[in-house]
Structure formats: C-alpha cells, structure tokens
Write a protein that binds this ligand. Structure first.
Ligand code: BGC
Length: 460
C-alpha cells in the first residue's frame, strides 16, 4: 500500500547517516567552552564521575519527578547480593493545574508528599542521603546545584526556569518546618537509568529514555568536557538530544505534521527532535495524518468524527495496540466514533507503523552517534557496550527496527540493551551511593598520603 502523505516519514538508512553526522557535530558544539551557549544539543555535565563498581551499599531516599506523578522511594543497596531493593514508595499525582501553576505550588506539593512518606516510614528523625531524579534539562554546577534551563513535556511552572531546583526544594521544606533534609544529589532520568542498570552490568555506560520525552546520557572523557576543569577520568554527559534540530538543522526531514505539533505545543520552537520521537507527541502526529487522509477522502469515506477532530484524543498507547493487531484497530476506531471498513483499519495500522518506525529509526541514528563517539574516544576498532533503557515507548514497541538501523549505522559496535526496572527512582539512590563511595575512597587516599608524608618526615 502506497500513500504519498506517508512518504516524508520514511527515512532511508542513508538519510539516517546524514542525521547522525549532524548530531555528531552538534555534540562537539555542545561540549565546547565557546560554542556551548549557541548549541542546540546542550551536552550538560552531570558531575557523575563514575559508574557503579558493585561495592556500593546503604539506605537512601530517592525522589522522582518527570511525568504526571511524583514519587518518593526508600531504597536499600545491598552489596552482598548486588541488588537494589525498593523498601517502600509513595506516588503523588501532579494535577495539571500544578504542572501549569507556580513553582512555589509545585515544590510545596512535593514537600508535602515527602513529609507524608517520611511519617508513614517513621523516617522523620533520620536524614538519609537523598537523590532527586528531575527529568528536565538542567545546568548542573555541582552534583547538588542544578539550574533548570527550561521545562519540557507539558510542565510550565512559573519562576523555576533559571533557578536552582535544590534551593527551591529546600525552601519549600523550610516553609513547612516539620522536617529537614541533608544534601541532595540531582540526577537526570537518563543518568538514573544508566546507573541502576550499571549496578547489574558494569559495562553499562549509556542511559536512554524513550517515554513521554526522549534523551540519552553517556560517559565522556573529561578532557573533552571543556566546561568543567580537569583532564583526568570521565564524566557522565546528559546530551539533551531532544533539543536536536532547534537551530533548524532538521528542517529537511520535518513534515508538515511535525510543524503543526510544534506550533500547537506549549513550548513551540524547542525540543524539535523529541517531538518527532516521544510518547507525548506520537499519538498527535498520527491523529493529524488521519485527519489529512480523511479530508482527502482516503479514509472513513471523508467523514471525520468529533473525537478525531479534537487535539490529543488519539493516545500514543493506541499506536502500539493497533500495531499489535487489526482487531485492536477496529475497537479503537469505533471508540473514536468513526465509521470504518477493513481497508480503513489497514490504512490506520500502516500510519501507526510508519510513525512509530520513524521514531525508532531516529533514535537509532542518535544512539549510534553516541556509541560510535565512545569507540572513537577510546581509539578502538570495535566496541562492546551496554545501554540501559527505559520509557514506555521503548517498552511497548517491537524494537527490531531500532536494532536493525543500529546494526547498519554502527557495524563496528556490539550493543546490548538492558531494560531498566524502576531506573529513574532507584538510579538516584545509586548516584548518591557512588558519590559516597568516591568520597570515602578519596578520604582514605588522603589519609594514606598523610601517613606517607609523616613516614617521610620521620626518615629524614
Ligand atoms: C527532558 C530530559 C529527559 C527526557 C526523558 C526530556 O523532555 O528534557 O531531561 O531526560 O525528557 O524524560
């Protein structure tokens, strides 16, 4: 079945190579001291300098904000069994009026939820180390100082952009005055995913999310991280690849439908790549294509239903359901008030497959760019590595399209995908645990250096 309206969504493997080359250049721009401020791909230092080595242990609190819910978790890292156990957790919905309200309202809501959890766990007297997974682009100054660059994914609380999120959280807790917290390690969800997968598989050095939003992080050589002092070792970089194309570099592959999605979003002009890939937008792209085909009388005998005409009524989860089988397609079309025949149902399925396959192929192009960068950084002819992955779009779709494209784009790399279980929550605990281990190691090193100096003095 050929439909000319679907053609612009079909990206050849050669085109994906071109996209990957553009991203490679943008990543270098994002890392550069003098080019960073203009770069569409922000390449943000995370101050996470090591992945787990399996000796981490202890009890931690983890906060997780990134979608429509906020979660608090009590996590125990058990060295003997090499596992992280969620002791307990609590979920608080974030109603839309808070997502679009003031920053103060948002952080008061978070502080109230945390208070309730600490009460229920009898933890208020203790100050457990805390990790905060905050899944938005942040300029980190240190592990516990994190300035929000901009909101994404449907959030738009006033007075938070340009501010330190840790400070806003602490202020909200002080306003309550019924408990206190110690230091907070700030973590992007990609980093949480990489770190929690990294505890199970220590070759994991990339984290990728394809969910409501999309993004990836990876371990970069410090000598290439020009905005942070120091040349030795590595640092995890949060690429914020969702912003790829914000400078117009993807103009040739944007379809008329992508442009409408962007124009009608709450953040027009930003996160261009994310809007072609992630769960927040895929359903809407499909709806717009179906509308167009109906207007052209290629679907539903030219009759649009009220539901199909309404923004965001075609949910992203319908796409994977329809890909799963024609029976689902028929049910969903009926629920959307459409009068369909078998050909309509097949066309709708084709539209869903085309949009989800473009999403997978674009992700592959971006991931291949990172994997190959790691290979080149290390001067290796071949690289074997593991990618920790999370997000409903990844989990709900067959991933052969992504893997096939990766195979073509990075023939020199062997990649294992590890699906994260609760990575963005547990990962924050792991980041905190690794930071504690590194601090302990450097204390021990200083002490032994001190002892050597004393021995030296005694000898002379
Ligand atoms: C945010 C990223 C986040 C990604 C996945 C994007 O909208 O900018 O920080 O990692 O969503 O949740």
């Amino acid at each position: 079945m050929q439909l000319k309206h679907l053609e612009p969504f079909r990206l050849s493997l050669e085109k994906l190579k071109v996209v990957s080359t553009r991203l490679r250049k943008d990543m270098i721009r994002g890392l550069g001291k003098h080019t960073h401020h203009r770069a569409a791909v922000k390449m943000l230092p995370t101050f996470v300098r090591a992945t787990p080595d399996g000796t981490e242990k202890g009890d931690f609190l983890a906060l997780d904000l990134g979608g429509t819910n906020f979660r608090v978790l009590h996590v125990r890292v058990m060295e003997e069994e090499q596992k992280m156990v969620k002791m307990d957790s609590q979920l608080c919905a974030i109603p839309q009026e808070i997502m679009l309200g003031t920053g103060e309202q948002l952080f008061d809501h978070i502080a109230a939820c945390l208070s309730e959890f600490l009460d229920s766990q009898n933890l208020k007297g203790q100050t457990l180390p805390m990790g905060f997974t905050f899944s938005f682009p942040c300029e980190q100054k240190e592990i516990d100082k994190s300035i929000l660059i901009r909101w994404t994914k449907g959030f738009n609380c006033s007075g938070v952009e340009g501010e330190d999120v840790v400070k806003l959280l602490k202020e909200a807790i002080h306003r309550r005055g019924d408990y206190d917290i110690s230091s907070v390690a700030m973590v992007n969800d990609t980093v949480g995913t990489m770190m929690s997968c990294g505890y199970r598989d220590q070759t994991c050095e990339i984290g990728m999310i394809i969910g409501t939003g999309t993004n990836a992080c990876y371990m970069e050589e410090m000598k290439n991280v020009k905005r942070v002092e120091g040349e030795d070792g590595q640092m995890c970089i949060n690429t914020e690849w969702g912003g790829f194309g914000d400078d117009g570099s993807l103009e040739d592959i944007l379809t008329e439908f992508d442009k409408v999605v962007d124009r009608t979003s709450i953040n027009p002009g930003v996160h261009t790549f994310e809007k072609m890939i992630s769960g927040m937008y895929l359903g809407e792209i499909v709806r717009l294509v179906l509308m167009k085909l109906t207007e052209k009388k290629l679907l539903f005998k030219g009759e649009v239903s009220e539901a199909l005409r309404t923004k965001e009524t075609f949910e992203t989860k319908f796409i994977s359901m329809i890909e799963d089988g024609l029976e689902n397609a028929k049910k969903i079309l009926t629920e959307l008030g459409l009068t369909w025949d078998l050909v309509d149902a097949r066309v709708v399925r084709l539209v869903c497959e085309t949009i989800s396959s473009r999403s997978a192929r674009l992700c592959a192009a971006a991931l291949a760019t990172i994997v190959d960068r790691i290979r080149v950084n290390r001067g290796l002819p071949h690289l074997k590595t593991t990618v920790g992955v999370d997000g409903t779009v990844y989990k709900k779709h067959p991933n052969d399209e992504l893997q096939k494209a990766m195979h073509f784009l990075t023939p020199d790399c062997k990649i294992k995908f590890l699906v994260s279980e609760d990575g963005s929550g547990k990962g924050a605990a792991m980041v905190t645990a690794v930071a504690q281990r590194l601090a302990l190691q450097s204390r021990l090193l200083e002490e032994s250096d001190g002892e050597e100096d004393e021995e030296e003095k005694v000898r002379s």
